[in-house]
Write a protein that binds this ligand. Structure first.
Ligand code: F6P
Length: 560
């Protein structure tokens, strides 16, 4: 591997894109009118995903230049490097192999990296997770008092929470009846208190999910959960007074997922009840590893395998499809166009699928922890703007909240809409199919953003002249529409892999390491340093800056 990334800003494609942007006057109305094939020309497909890029601010020239940029930054080499297990996570000196988690059993040629037989290890761990999931689902796995498990509580944070909770919510229709999963992440004690409040300890199983098994939030919540289990079991009359009984209770009610199995044992969880993964799976790329154990239990191994197969479909497409049809590459490159040439600062993801309500939050970690960087992987300062702010809420709720700004504000906000043709609940309002009303809103929004409404059209509706300007919609507000037949496990896997690879493409153009996250460390260190001051250590308090001292003093004066 080269010891420096290609600086995209020095490429000929970058210069041409800058010139192209200077002369760019997007006119989606005129473009669609002039080219009846525009929609078809700019609609691409991967797996079950139908991706319409035609309402973006792009021409064939834009795409050709972006393709040239991909070539000049050696995107294909970097993709190959990732899939082959090169240490492209440079600052942590690690391979990046989440794609290996979804290789089908028996995939050839076998993948060996750094002396590890990756396929064998991955399949062995999934076998273990799936066997455990089957035991819980069948009722063979019992709590200490002999009751079957009804509730699985995943305790984790960041990638050990956002992926599992998002996917569980997305795949609710696939969850086995009589089973539910809940998720605790925040160290705010309210989170665990509320989550456990109505649970029966005899039928509750905790999964402690932490890649490092050192995360303050997760270990604190795990200890609180263990105390809760012992206390609430005792309250039911279970004999739990001595150490042996307590250990047995933990063995039946706690399992762990981690890359640090020694630390799992220190916590008191039997390593037999722990599932592993590897340092080449980044936390935010880990929902398809054993970190997804809560999901595997809830939806079952067959559905989980379909979930993995969905990822794999997109992986194969990404590594082998020319840029002009390569959906993750096109979408990633388009984001470069908006961010670096058209001055967009944010990117909205608006699912018209209520079950995807946690997808934007999931994407925030995936994209912003990956690409929110100011230095390149060789330590040099980046030469252009990097990671956008990703955000979103499900439609139609967003329509009644922030769409005003997207339609008429001064900022350019590229939007991804996501919708499925078949709803999980085909409800009718009288004769009206409610899903059709819902989708009409999605189609309407992308149309309104693209084509807007002119002053003459507003006037033609009889609007008083002084109000006309306020009712004009400029149009030319870009959106991508992603549709799928239904929100199946496979489709969800496809969507996640799509955004993983979009994130990768952008990171390559910017020359950054999309797989480290040093920016989260300082706050963690300071929290540990400040904790004694919060608890009343006056020396620790005195060493803080004036503002921090003032805040801590306020807290101590108010706390009852
Ligand atoms: O603080 C950020 C982070 O390191 C994320 O990258 C990670 O997903 C999360 O914390 C949780 O880490 P762990 O799984 O090791 O508990």
């Amino acid at each position: 591997m080269n010891s420096h990334p290609v600086d995209a800003t020095t490429t000929s494609a970058w210069n041409k894109l800058a010139a192209h942007a200077n002369n760019f006057s997007p006119d989606l109305r005129a473009w669609f009118a002039a080219d009846p094939d525009r929609a078809e020309k700019f609609t691409t497909r991967v797996g079950d995903l139908h991706v319409d890029l035609s309402k973006n601010l792009l021409t064939e020239e834009t795409l050709a230049l972006l393709g040239q940029l991909a070539d000049e930054v050696q995107l294909q080499d970097r993709i190959d490097a990732m899939f082959s297990g090169a240490h492209i996570n440079v600052t942590e000196d690690r391979a990046v192999l989440h794609t290996a988690l979804r290789r089908p059993p028996g995939a050839t040629p076998a993948l060996h990296v750094d002396g590890q037989d990756i396929d064998t290890d991955v399949q062995a761990e999934f076998d273990k997770v799936f066997a455990f999931a089957d035991q819980v689902r069948s009722g063979e796995w019992k709590g200490i008092t002999g009751e079957r498990i009804k509730t699985v509580v995943n305790i984790g944070i960041g990638g050990s929470d956002l992926g599992p909770v998002m996917a569980y919510e997305a795949l609710k229709p696939y969850v086995q009846e009589g089973l539910e999963a809940r998720f605790v992440s925040n160290i705010d004690p309210t989170d665990i208190a509320e989550t456990l409040a109505d649970l029966d300890p005899r039928s509750t199983l905790f999964i402690i999910a932490s890649k490092t098994f050192t995360t303050l939030e997760t270990l604190t919540n795990a200890r609180l959960a263990r105390e809760w289990l012992w206390r609430e079991l005792a309250a039911t009359g279970a004999k739990i007074a001595d150490d042996d009984a307590r250990r047995s209770a933990v063995a039946r009610h706690f399992v762990a997922v981690s890359t640090a199995l020694d630390k799992v044992a220190d916590f008191g969880i039997d390593p037999e009840n722990a599932f592993g993964f590897w340092d080449w799976v980044g936390g935010r790329y880990s929902v398809d590893s054993a970190i997804g154990a809560s999901l595997a239990i809830a939806i079952g191994p067959d559905n989980f395998r379909n979930f993995l197969a969905g990822f794999h479909t997109v992986d194969e497409h990404f590594r082998s499809t020319p840029w002009a049809q390569n959906v993750p590459a096109l979408m990633g490159l388009l984001n470069i166009w908006y961010t670096n040439f058209l001055d967009a600062h944010t990117h909205a993801v608006l699912p018209y699928a209520q079950y995807l309500h946690r997808f934007p939050a999931y994407l925030q970690q995936l994209t912003m922890e990956s690409n929110g960087k100011s230095v390149r992987w060789d330590g040099a300062t980046v030469s252009s703007e990097t990671g956008e702010i990703w955000w979103g809420e499900p439609g139609t709720n967003g329509q009644h909240a922030f769409y005003q700004l997207i339609h008429q504000g001064t900022r350019l906000v590229p939007v991804d809409f996501i919708a499925v043709a078949n709803p999980a609940h085909g409800l009718k309002d009288g004769d009206a199919d409610v899903h059709e009303l819902f989708l009409a809103n999605f189609f309407a929004q992308s149309k309104a953003l693209a084509f807007g409404k002119t002053a003459d059209e507003v006037r033609a509706e009889g609007t008083a002249e002084d109000i006309v300007p306020a009712r004009v919609f400029s149009g030319n507000r870009p959106s991508t529409s992603i549709m799928a037949p239904q929100l199946s496990p496979s489709v969800l896997g496809q969507l996640i892999a799509l955004y993983e690879h979009i994130t990768f493409v952008q990171g390559i153009v910017w020359g950054i390491d999309s797989f480290d996250q040093w920016g989260v460390e300082l706050g963690k260190e300071l929290a540990l340093e400040i904790a004694p001051a919060v608890s009343g250590d006056s020396d620790a308090l005195a060493s803080q800056d004036a503002s921090t001292q003032g805040l801590i003093n306020y807290y101590r004066a108010q706390r009852r």
